[in-house]
Design a protein around this ligand. Structure first.
Ligand SMILES: Nc1nc2c(ncn2[C@@H]2O[C@H](COP(=O)(O)OP(=O)(O)OP(=O)(O)O)[C@@H](O)[C@H]2O)c(=O)[nH]1
Ligand SMILES: [Mg+2]
Length: 241
């Protein structure tokens, strides 16, 4: 299966040179990686270009120079991936929180679903053992809360380790997604549900980033939770086709 993995990066100069070789060594010969960098001041994009030269045709680097943002970077990457020949499009963080060795399991899962998710909250999954209790509780609560409000049939709704069948990603008309941050991820799932997606989940252990700076905090998560209601309201008359 031809897979294009969209890898958004912002200041990942430490992680990217470790992650790309691991991805290239997976037993997925038709895997391509699309690095979508938002002009990281630490030179992530240049580093990516250097590594890309060692893997001709398998790594591409896109430099965005609009306003930065994870959601926007994904939408840009999706456009590019769909313009190519990918049969499946992946999403993944670049900081090893999403175990790259689990990607083949997502690929296998996609045989029986339209969207395969790396999931922290099904048996066999988990979150970093060093997370403080408040963060564990908040993350679990956020997933429970969002999935209840939106009726999502999955356990982990804010994770970004995902693999889409091309047809499903095309069908959801993702250009209508307006949320940023974690809610961007929730909104994508909701659109998939409204479009009749079959979901699959693969357990993952989510480890905290070891290198590079964290942008997580309490405020970001609470704000995200409130915005779930906006998502529900936005599609009250159904999604745009
Ligand atoms: N292109 C792009 N990528 C981003 C941006 N913000 C974050 N990223 C990338 O998106 C992925 C997830 O971001 P993280 O900073 O790891 O977010 P998080 O996992 O919620 O929090 P920490 O790991 O604790 O920092 C990483 O690969 C980041 O490099 C952005 O504005 N633009
Ligand atoms: Mg992270």
């Amino acid at each position: 299966m031809k897979i294009t993995l969209v890898l958004p990066t912002y200041n990942e100069a430490e992680n990217l040179p470790k992650l790309l070789p691991v991805l290239m060594a997976l037993p997925l010969p038709d895997l391509k990686v699309l690095v979508v960098d938002d002009l990281s001041p630490d030179g992530t994009a240049d580093i990516a270009e250097g590594i890309a030269k060692q893997h001709p045709g398998r790594i591409e680097v896109l430099r965005r120079n609009g306003p930065r943002g994870l959601g926007r970077a994904y939408l840009f990457g999706f456009d590019h991936a769909l313009a190519g020949d990918a049969e499946a499009i992946g999403q993944m963080d670049c900081d090893f929180s999403h175990p790259p060795e689990k990607l083949p399991e997502l690929v296998a899962k996609l045989a029986s679903c339209d969207l395969a998710l790396g999931s922290r909250y099904i048996p066999g999954g988990g979150v970093d053992k060093n997370w403080p209790l408040w963060r564990k509780a908040l993350s679990r609560w956020a997933s429970f809360y969002a999935r209840t409000i939106l009726g999502l049939p999955v356990r982990d709704v804010t994770g970004a380790f995902r693999l889409w069948r091309r047809e499903m990603l095309e069908r959801i008309n993702y250009k209508q997604v307006v949320s940023g941050g974690y809610v961007f991820l929730v909104e994508l799932l909701y659109l998939a549900k409204l479009n009749g997606a079959r979901f699959g989940e693969v357990p993952i252990y989510f480890a905290d980033r070891q290198w590079g700076k964290s942008k997580m905090n309490f405020k970001i998560q609470v704000e995200a939770a409130l915005r779930v209601w906006q998502v529900l309201w936005r599609y009250r008359n159904g999604p745009a086709k």
